[in-house]
Design a protein around this ligand. Structure first.
Ligand SMILES: *Cc1c(COP(=O)(O)O)cnc(C)c1O
Length: 406
């Protein structure tokens, strides 16, 4: 049996065109883009093209794109860079409880250094209320950071409304759009975004390269100091092949977006309907309609996400689970706790994220293989339906939901 890859939210396979484009900048044009001679010029031209391609995908200007080493770095750059550059204006940041750790752990780092952070709650489908953003803003607020789409449950936030509120209140708005760039149409002007993070490996590009859109005129302090690359915003000799790969991935994404949207959402809906139909005591997590076109995420009651993952892996099917067994202690996903699920329910999480290479046949094979796995695990499970006292789908609220760093 051919293996099946259903974990595109974790990373996507680089497209052959991307790898091909990158190789040229390892084999031939390996110059330093800061060099003035022929070798440097070829690298510089490639980098300029990559910047234009990324800008075009976002409706931004090329000079508004700052290349970074990852999506994580772009998120750090946004939060820390704005906090430092705007410390005279204020010391308050607004974000949500369901952000990626690249935002949450950076916010916690800033809190230890005197920045005040408001973590807005979400409703049971993982949505931030724009009105809550409005109410959270004070005259000390310097930044609102709300993700475009959640990487675990796929919920799409009303970023446009949030951006409009921020613009009215003259507060900067950042969005972590790592899960949506290249997959959904994005225009930073329509969104009223001042800063936006993206990562190449989530859109069929290479790992270790990302970008931060910084609207023209917005001041941001660099995290990495040195030779003044990226207009002084991110020093380091540029990752030219990575930038070429990101640019090519951005170009291809724009070309194929409509097709990919239809393709992915078709597979997603087949997965959701098929799984809920075949597996009793299972629920969809995230918003029923306002969700990523490729995300099908569930909680399967009475079993652990990790056992499902390992059993599926044994069948050659790669999926993900929100709960990760780290250093011996089973930790429930902060996102699933934030949408109000009880710990034991959250532990049964399963995330399937499809991509351009997946087929209907693969979805059907999953739907055939998965129910017997659930049955087997349930028959071995110490927490059977009979023993479990709390209400489905988990009205009991998170106990001890503090975050552990690891
Ligand atoms: C993957 C991801 C990141 C981190 O990007 P890297 O390039 O892997 O560091 C940040 N935010 C979200 C929402 C993500 O899905």
């Amino acid at each position: 049996m051919e293996p099946i890859y259903f974990d595109h939210a974790a990373t996507t396979p680089p497209r052959p065109e991307v790898v091909e484009a990158m190789l040229t900048y390892y084999r031939e044009h390996w110059g330093n883009p800061s060099s003035l001679h022929w070798s440097g010029r070829a690298a510089r031209e490639a980098m300029d093209r990559g910047r234009e391609q990324v800008a075009a995908l976002l409706g931004a200007l090329p000079e508004e794109i700052v290349f970074t080493g990852s999506g994580t770095e772009a998120d750090n750059q946004a939060l820390i860079g704005i906090s430092i550059a705007h410390e005279k204006k204020g010391d308050h940041i607004v974000t949500s409880t369901i952000e990626h750790h690249a935002i949450l752990h950076t916010a916690q780092f800033l809190e230890k250094r005197g920045i005040k952070v408001t973590y807005l709650p979400v409703d049971s489908s993982g949505m931030v209320d724009p009105d809550a953003v409005r109410k959270a803003i004070t005259d000390k607020t310097i930044l609102v950071s709300i993700m475009h789409a959640n990487n675990e449950i796929g919920s799409l936030q009303p970023v446009r409304d949030i951006g409009t509120i921020c613009r009215e209140r003259e507060v900067l708005f950042h969005t972590d759009a790592v899960q949506t760039v290249g997959h959904l149409p994005i225009n930073v002007r329509e969104m009223n975004a001042d800063l936006l993070s993206l990562s190449a490996h989530k859109l069929y590009g290479p790992k270790g390269v990302g970008a931060l859109f910084v609207r023209k005129g917005v001041r941001v302090s660099p995290l990495i100091h040195g030779g003044g690359h990226e207009r002084g915003r991110r020093s380091s000799t540029e990752n030219v092949p990575g930038i070429v790969g990101l640019g090519e991935a951005a170009r291809l994404a724009a070309e194929d977006m409509e097709w990919e949207l239809q393709h992915n959402s078709g597979l997603r809906d087949r997965l959701i309907e098929g799984l809920l139909d075949r597996v009793p005591d299972s629920m969809l997590t995230g918003h029923p309609t306002q969700r990523l076109p490729n995300n099908a995420s569930f909680c399967i009651r009475y079993i652990e996400g990790e056992s499902m993952l390992l059993n599926l892996d044994f069948e050659g099917i790669a999926v993900s689970s929100g709960s990760a067994c780290t250093s011996g202690s089973l930790e429930a996903s902060h996102v699933l706790l934030a949408i109000g699920l009880a710990h034991d329910v959250a532990h049964g999480s399963l995330r399937i994220s499809v991509g351009r290479g997946n087929t209907v046949e693969e979805v059907d094979r999953f739907l055939e293989v998965f129910p017997p796995i659930v049955e087997k695990l349930r028959s071995m499970s110490p927490i059977s339906a009979a023993q479990s006292a709390d209400d489905w789908p988990g009205t009991e609220h998170a106990h001890g939901s503090e975050q552990h760093e690891h």
